[in-house]
Design a protein around this ligand. Sequence first.
Ligand SMILES: N[C@@H](CCC(=O)N[C@@H](CS)C(=O)NCC(=O)O)C(=O)O
Length: 219
Amino acid sequence: MIKGKEVNVISRPILYSFRRCPYAMRARLAIQYSQVPVELREVVLRDKPADMLHRSPKGTVPVIITPANQVIDESIDIMLWALKQNDPDGWLRDDAESLIEQNDGEFKAYLDLYKYSDRFPDFPAEHYRSQAEGFLKRLESLLCQSPFLLGESLSMADMAVFPFIRQFAHVDKAWFDAANYPKLQFWLQQRLNSIMFAQIMEKYPKWQPDTPGVMFGGG
Ligand SMILES: N[C@@H](CCC(=O)N[C@@H](CS)C(=O)NCC(=O)O)C(=O)O
């Protein structure tokens, strides 16, 4: 037994998160679903905690620090980490990779150009939007075949992708609602109406160093 010495031991994994970040949303969705207990620390991106930056110098959220001091700082890896511990409804899927790759690569790049089109005045917003639509068309065609992206039940693909479609829809909600993506609109609305989405979008104050974060996930 160590006496008279402060030992920095954490009992549950720490999740550095930012409520509105779509990458952090997908991580929280997987953690909430798998019921892995974590201590959530709400981050403000312009004032990131020193401990987070020390553990993960690239400075993006979400980040998990496990009790064994393992650092997981890619949102898909956090999803996999949670699902490998508990996956009651079979969200883990080998065939999710190609969709997630297109989402995180090409689609996210066009989404940013569309969302921040005033910073990229070479083209109007509609130009960037129509480039992003390539991915929407792929999703719409998948959802014409089955209620979820990879078949008859929810999978990590749905959960990894929908926070980004939500962001896309919010750039011009009236346009999105009127566009010819009926299956995608329904699928998005279902995800947004879910209890799980409400649970992961709860608001927390900014985490202050040397204070406990919020219990999240399970337990
Ligand atoms: N590839 C990373 C991307 C995460 C990411 O870019 N997160 C944004 C917030 S949505 C971030 O932390 N950006 C850093 C910043 O704005 O300072 C992942 O999947 O976790």
